[in-house]
Design a protein. Sequence first.
Length: 255
Amino acid sequence: MAEHARMRKYGPCLAVAVLALALPASGAATPAVDGAARPAPTLAIPLHEAIYHATVRRIPVRAGLRLEQQSDGLYVYRSWVEPRGILGFVRRDMSEASLVMLDRDGEIVPVSYRRRDELGGRHSDMRFDLAQGELHIEYRGQKSTIDWEPGIYDLLSLRLALVNDLARGTLRDTYRVVDDRSRVEEVEVEVAGRETLVTPLGELDTIRLEYRNPRRDRSFKLWVAPELDTAMVRLEQHEDGRLRGTLHIVEYRRL
């Protein structure tokens, strides 16, 4: 019964996801799936690119987030980090990319995740297999496979899901996230308040989300601006009671 329910909800998306994993990102458009009873769901936030100034491991960096749609209908959420200032000449970048699709209810379902970390040497790849209910992970050359189901995100697609669900009015109290060591853990999410932030883009009224792992002393604070397409304006990472990294917006544009 669970298998039949999954196919009813994800069936039209499943064919697209399988083709996306088999073809390069620039591959031909996927043929339309017949029999859809309602219009295809769309993201609640527009395609966009945002640029940030940040600190990562005490290094000043320039960071970016870009949300775009492929010809096959899937979405790619990318992030990248590069040193700035006097360290700008050091080419030791970090980049992430999550390929996601939407189910019939408009919820984000991850398809794949890829990270390249020249700063820490922590490269990882994830492939979410909806048909088999498995997640295939490769981290630092080591491969593993674990059980998986929609509702479990990589960290990058989780951030996209939080913002998209907030814009849809469907934000939940808990989400699940998997790391590159195959650990699936629950994340508690809270709308912690509203604040007006002064940014290079002007004063922005924001909603502050906080999400944390109750089993580990690590949490994130995320400020999003509804008047700016619910874009992320500021991010803080806290660990072991200390502020580990910050990020604040300096540029934003729709694609």
